[in-house]
Design a protein around this ligand. Structure first.
Ligand code: SAM
Length: 238
């Protein structure tokens, strides 16, 4: 049953501050001590991040532009953008994740030496309480934690924070993925602590359209255990 109210959000928060943090910190890290499934997810996710960076690069320099990375995890996207000179605000419902992102930025920034850039700001905050206005809002692989009946409101909220560009990804609801999910291959073992919600591509696009946005770029990344549909959207009036 899908009540999926505050209790489920609390469960997600608890998970990503404990066992979920341990699991995803490894997947999004560089240690060799991971299973083949985790390695597959790591590689798929890296492809998504590269696609986002490529799209952003195609649109021009990020120097000085404001970027909100909603549900930033360990900073896989925030950190390269900040190192390129973007003004990054990354937040995550999990304090463990946000703290790890800040730690990784310090480490990588030191390794790269000095340059013209400001440190990103990382904070523990949930998507719902984000406010303000950013040139670009990114929300990568987070909507999997939102049940379909909460997805549209969240997509509209994210669009309301963005001035020029919204980049988001989700696990698409397709017959093949629904089947994988049912037989328990999708998000296996330990990660069962959270539910995984798939979204229909048309439903996500409809939510964007209702907010006055249009999808301008699309990509799909799939490996054995990682499935992520990526959209870039812009205000329909632009
Ligand atoms: N976006 C990051 C990336 O691609 O590397 C992390 C993706 S990870 C699969 C999902 C992240 O979403 C976790 O770090 C989790 O804590 C965060 N998250 C889940 N629900 C959230 C919410 N309601 N508000 C903010 N963050 C949330």
């Amino acid at each position: 049953t899908s009540s999926a109210g505050g209790d489920e959000k609390e469960a997600v928060k608890g998970y990503f501050n404990s066992v979920g943090f341990e699991r995803w910190n490894k997947i999004y890290g560089t240690t060799d001590e991971i299973s083949s499934v985790q390695k597959d997810i790591r590689e798929g996710h890296a492809v998504t991040v590269d696609k986002v960076l490529k799209w952003i690069r195609e649109d021009g320099s990020v120097q000085g532009i404001s970027i909100c990375d909603a549900g930033c995890g360990t900073g896989s996207l925030s950190i390269p953008l900040a190192l390129q000179g973007a003004d990054v605000y990354g937040s995550d419902i999990s304090k463990a994740m946000a703290d790890e992102a800040a730690r990784r930025y310090q480490e990588q920034s030191r390794a790269e030496g000095s340059g013209q850039r400001a440190a990103p700001r990382f904070e523990a905050q949930d998507l719902e309480s984000l406010t303000g206005s950013y040139n670009t809002v990114c929300c990568i692989d987070v909507l999997i934690h939102y049940p379909p009946d909460k997805m549209a409101a969240m997509v509209k909220h994210l669009a309301s924070l963005a001035e020029g560009r919204l980049i988001l990804s989700f696990a698409p609801s397709t017959p093949a993925l629904l089947l994988l999910k049912r037989i328990g291959e999708f998000f296996p073992k330990g990660s069962k602590a959270t539910r995984a919600y798939l979204h229909k591509e048309g439903a996500v696009e409809a939510a964007l359209n209702e907010a006055g946005w249009k999808v301008t770029k699309r990509e799909m990344t799939s490996t054995r255990f990682y499935y992520s549909k990526l959209f870039q959207a812009a205000p329909a009036s632009l």
